[in-house]
Ligand binder design. Structure first.
Ligand SMILES: *Cc1c(COP(=O)(O)O)cnc(C)c1O
Length: 444
């Protein structure tokens, strides 16, 4: 279960494999018993012990091995090692959903009385998790405008234990300055946790820019086909957990056999703590079948992301020149206020910063025209998801943000006319055709 990165085929003797090769191979090998080339689905709750001695050494954490699938599972472990490799991380923990992954990432190091500083532009579900769910547990969050890293510095308190942001926000499609915000977090001795869902590991590796922990909703681009819920937490392995602010990382764990996580497991001690004290105890684990489906998605992540980026840029350029469109927001457009940050942090696709598949635009005619546009689409799917191979469309003001009044909508940056597209990988000419005819019908 806990093979080190050196055991995975992410690099050979004097050769480092590229992203596409690792997306297909990292963490996996032909099954030693059957020779099966594809990763088997180990649909089992439990694993037989070799002997009484083997069993007790597993329970004492002296030997690595599988006991029960709430702690670890060989199929899930392949996904964990694969995403750790794609994020240039040290170790990973898979969870039942993106929300479960965020919860595990934060509850591994936070307790009642602690404080988080987070970007105000986070995914709505995350605003609820931190602002309401964690608040009930006595963990308070201050939300700050992420445009200026100084806003994070101003909100830090003596009891702050994590800084939280998203590489690309949703639905604002704003790009975070990861390096500057990591500097703020580190100056205060706390880790930076980055939700990298929208960029995916192909376009950005936040650990390379100073983040300490990365979380993903694998439900989106990693799975890539709108079929499977899942989440992943990835640890960079460089954060100094013995800096005095995280006594539970260094003192004996009351929740797990008195183990000292940082001393015993070092650069993957945080992942072990999240595994043993959060997933094992709170139970939000990924099923083996879902791990397998997400692995299937991961194998084409590099191909799909390139196509998502190409199609989204074409769509953004088309909308920019369209007489029925008021405004377009896409960091891949050279006129975007986030273009320079996108260039710095994101992998280039065809010479442009690869800014993923999410963009927003305003239809002339406001909320009514926005709603009509959605109804007029032929094959664009009206639903509340992103990161599917299929192009998805939603009008936030009448759906996901329906309960907000005009003032709250403005504060969330969601205009009444805003339409959000998750541009898929269909033929781009067909996507442009559907958008064009729907704009005609919505405003004509
Ligand atoms: C969807 C999403 C989540 C939540 O993930 P689930 O898999 O739906 O639980 C978290 N963050 C972002 C940016 C998302 O898009």
């Amino acid at each position: 279960m806990h093979k080190t990165m050196a055991d995975t085929p992410s690099s050979g003797a004097d050769h480092t494999y590229g992203f596409g090769t690792r997306a297909i191979h990292a963490g996996a090998q032909p099954d030693p018993v059957t020779g099966a080339r594809a990763t088997p689905i180990h649909q089992t709750t439990s694993f037989v012990f070799d002997s009484a001695e083997h069993a007790s050494s597993l329970f004492n954490l002296q030997t690595f091995g599988n006991v029960y699938s709430r702690i670890s599972n060989p199929t899930v472990a392949v996904l964990e090692e694969r995403i750790a490799s794609l994020e240039n991380g040290r170790a990973a923990l898979a969870c039942a959903s993106g929300m479960a992954a965020q919860m595990a990432a934060l509850l591994a190091i936070l307790k009642c009385g602690d404080h988080i500083v987070a970007a105000s532009t986070l995914y709505g579900g995350t605003v609820g998790q931190l602002g309401v769910g964690f608040a009930r547990l006595g963990i308070e969050t201050t939300f700050v405008d992420p445009a200026d890293p100084e806003n994070f510095a101003r909100a830090m308190r003596p009891n702050t234990r994590a800084v939280y942001g998203e590489t690309i926000g949703n639905p604002l499609v704003n790009v975070l300055d990861i390096g500057s915000i990591a500097d703020v977090a580190h100056a205060h001795g706390v880790p930076l946790v980055i939700d990298n869902t929208v960029a995916s590991p192909y376009l950005c590796n936040p650990l390379n820019f100073g983040a300490d922990i990365v979380v993903h909703s694998a439900t989106k681009y990693i799975g890539g086909h709108g079929t499977t819920m899942g989440g992943v937490v990835v640890e960079g392995g460089k954060f100094p957990w013995d800096n005095g602010k995280f006594p539970e990382m260094v003192e004996p764990s009351r929740a797990y056999h008195g183990v000292k996580f940082y001393e015993t497991f070092g650069d993957f001690g945080y992942t072990m703590k999240a595994r043993m004290e959060v997933n094992r105890t709170f139970g939000g684990v990924l099923s083996p079948l879902n791990a397998w489906l997400l692995l299937q998605g991961a194998e084409t992540l590099h191909l799909r992301m390139r196509e998502h980026c190409r199609n989204a840029l074409r769509v953004a350029q088309f909308l920019q020149g369209h007489p029925k469109v008021q405004w377009v927001n896409y960091p891949g457009l050279s006129g975007s206020p986030f273009h320079a940050l996108a260039q710095k942090q994101f992998r280039a696709v065809d010479g442009h910063p690869g800014a993923s598949g999410i963009l927003t635009f305003g239809v002339k005619g406001g909320a009514a025209a926005g709603e009509k546009f959605i109804d007029a689409c032929e094959f664009l799917s009206h639903l509340a998801n992103i990161g599917d191979a299929k192009t998805l469309v939603i009008h936030p003001a009448s759906t996901t943000h329906r309960q907000l009044n005009d003032e709250e909508l403005a504060r969330a940056g969601v205009g009444a006319d805003m339409v959000r597209l998750s541009v898929g990988i269909e033929d781009v000419d067909d996507i442009l055709w559907d958008i064009d005819q729907a704009l005609e019908r919505a405003t004509g």
